[in-house]
Design a protein around this ligand. Structure first.
Ligand code: PLP
Length: 361
């Protein structure tokens, strides 16, 4: 499948920076242009349809990712979603984090006075998580499904087993570096919350995000507020208590509409097809990098692999790569690349060629 044809990528650009921010298909640009034109035209009532429009975005999103519509929230980004969850958790919970996870995930926990502990990131991270939970019985596990520096992807079958074994444990996941790379069904995932920003693998640009939550988590959130008086204004009459915290204000229809375009786009091309394509592409890349000793030790022997790869070459090569049109990013001890549907094997060859030309001389 030639997914690249859906995008406008000039020949001199090799876009490997989806882990920073993803590209939008050309049809998104067309939709946004048309939407803005109509929005500014006072002969129609797009402004007044804002609530219904956002409801449609959530319904379609919920349908694609297997969540009840009433348990999906439209948020501006992952960080907002997480802060809103943390504000509503009962005091005194003990939270388990991964060392080196995304700062917007770990810092709000660390800075708000929660009791927390960290697990070292390593190749056997799932085993360590399991043993720690068995031993310490934390109340909440919070982690990114794909780690933003190393690309380590948590085994999602492991999350299901974990939840089955420790049903009281609340599992909160950040899917920003994951959602959009394969089919995902929230309701059977074992997670109690999955949130993320839409601008990376969902290819939906900045300003939109999502939060899906389980009934189990819902029950423990904002319990104090439920006992207090609620605003009686008519405009809030239909808001649930969680709506008032997760969607307290009006969302922008252009950006959330772009997320809806991504949902339509992914439904059309099919997430299974996306996964198959990305598996082929990443297998190719991992084999080349492995051959050259360019994989992180904690990634090299893992069966579960992501589309985000921290290539262990000198990060000083970054300016050279950028000069040659290869968009990537220095992260940790290497250069981070992301492989998405608009990439081809030729992009990997080009990336490797530049590195070898600049290091073997
Ligand atoms: C793991 C992870 N989570 C979340 C985000 C983005 O969150 P936000 O858009 O709230 O800054 C990123 C961005 O790099 C990320 O790598």
């Amino acid at each position: 499948m030639d997914y690249k044809s859906y995008f406008d990528i000039p020949d001199d650009i090799c876009y490997l920076n989806t882990a920073g921010n993803g590209l939008m298909p050309r049809s998104h640009f067309d939709w946004r242009r048309q939407r803005e034109r109509e929005f500014f035209d006072l002969h129609n009532d797009l402004r007044d349809q804002q609530p219904a429009f956002i409801a449609t975005v959530k319904r379609e999103f919920a349908d694609l990712f297997g969540c009840d519509t009433q348990n999906v929230y439209a948020v501006p980004n992952f960080s907002f979603a997480l802060h809103s969850i943390l504000s509503g958790l009962p005091a005194g919970l003990r939270i388990l984090l991964l060392d080196g996870d995304y700062p917007s995930l770990n810092y709000p926990v660390q800075s708000r006075g929660f009791t927390f502990s960290n697990i070292d990131m390593c190749a056997q991270v799932e085993e360590v998580i399991w043993d720690t939970i068995q031993r310490d019985k934390p109340d909440v596990l919070m982690l990114s499904l794909v780690q933003y520096i190393s690309g380590l992807k948590i085994d999602l079958d492991f999350v299901k087993r974990l939840k089955a074994a420790f049903s009281d444990l609340l599992i909160i996941g950040d899917a920003t570096q994951y959602l959009g790379t394969e089919a995902f069904n929230f309701s059977g995932s074992g997670f109690d919350a999955v949130g993320g920003s839409g601008y990376k693998w969902l290819m939906a640009g900045f300003g939109n995000g999502y939060l899906m939550i389980s009934e189990q988590l819902k029950e423990v959130l904002y319990t104090k507020a439920r006992t207090l008086d609620r605003p009686r204004e008519a405009m809030w009459a239909n808001k649930s208590i969680l709506d008032t915290f997760f969607e307290p204000g009006h969302q922008d229809t252009l950006t959330h509409g772009t997320l809806l375009q991504s949902v339509h786009f992914l439904k059309n091309i099919g997430l299974q097809g996306v996964k198959d394509y990305l598996t082929q592409l990443t297998d190719y890349a991992y084999a080349i990098f492995e051959d050259r000793g360019w994989l992180l030790p904690e990634i090299k022997n893992r069966k579960v692999r992501s589309t985000l790869i921290n290539v262990q070459v000198n990060p000083d090569l970054f300016p050279r790569l950028m000069e040659e049109g290869v968009k990537c990013f220095p992260r940790g001890a290497g250069i981070r690349i992301g492989l998405h549907i608009y990439n081809r094997k030729a992009d990997i060859d080009r990336f490797v060629g530049i590195i070898e030309r600049n290091t073997l001389s």
